[in-house]
Ligand binder design. Sequence first.
Ligand code: PRT
Ligand code: MG
Length: 216
Amino acid sequence: MNDVLTLALSKGRIFTETLPLLKAAGIEVTEDPESSRKLILPTSNAKLRLLIVRASDVPTYVQYGAADFGVAGKDVLLEHGSEGLYQPIDLQIAQCRMSVAVRAGFDYENAVRQGARLRVATKYVKTAHEHFAAKGVHVDLIKLYGSMELAPLVGLADAIVDLVSSGGTLRANNLVEVEQIMAISSRLIVNQAALKLKREQLQPLLDVFKAAVAKG
Ligand code: PRT
Ligand code: MG
């Protein structure tokens, strides 16, 4: 097993957008994680297999070396921390932004100006805490695991911190984006020990990914 590389991916947009990068390295994935129930997928390269895990679990598998490398959103990495992880490439996939949103009609600017204490619901408590602390805004953070958009609609929170791409989800729920915190994309992360011990196998793949990203 020592000469086999293991790549951790989440299904959905990260899987879909990583396929072209693998293809650039001549690697095809024959099974579809959406229909297959397998959590370990082979590839056309006998020396590379895929682990299908939850997006927020990718850094954990890579950090502990259960996967040699993986693909994770900057949002996930900021919450997880980067201990034991080397981040050589911004793959520029699964792009979106992290933003503050409120119910239409809620005067966020005014609430901030008045120094009001805001209730903010989010999955991204670490990033949200840093953002509001840097602005000097007092917040009570409420941790949620999904469907943040609901919180302001039912009085759980004044605002949410969530990812936005088309803006369709916010619009559908009568919410407005009032502040963009940062741009988000997915990064390749590599286990630091694997980078040393499996450099010969890893480096050619990293080079192909880098070139594919540069080409756009
Ligand atoms: O869904 P699950 O709970 O399993 O995990 P996950 O949501 O972490 O995984 P997944 O596959 O949905 O997202 C993986 C990564 O994709 C995230 O960590 C981000 O880095 C990135 N990404 C890019 C996004 C989006 N775009 C995105 N739009 N992740 C989530 N969204 C959600 C957002 O949270 C909101 O609910 O889509 C909705 C907004 O989309 P629009 O287009 O309506 O604005
Ligand atoms: Mg999701």
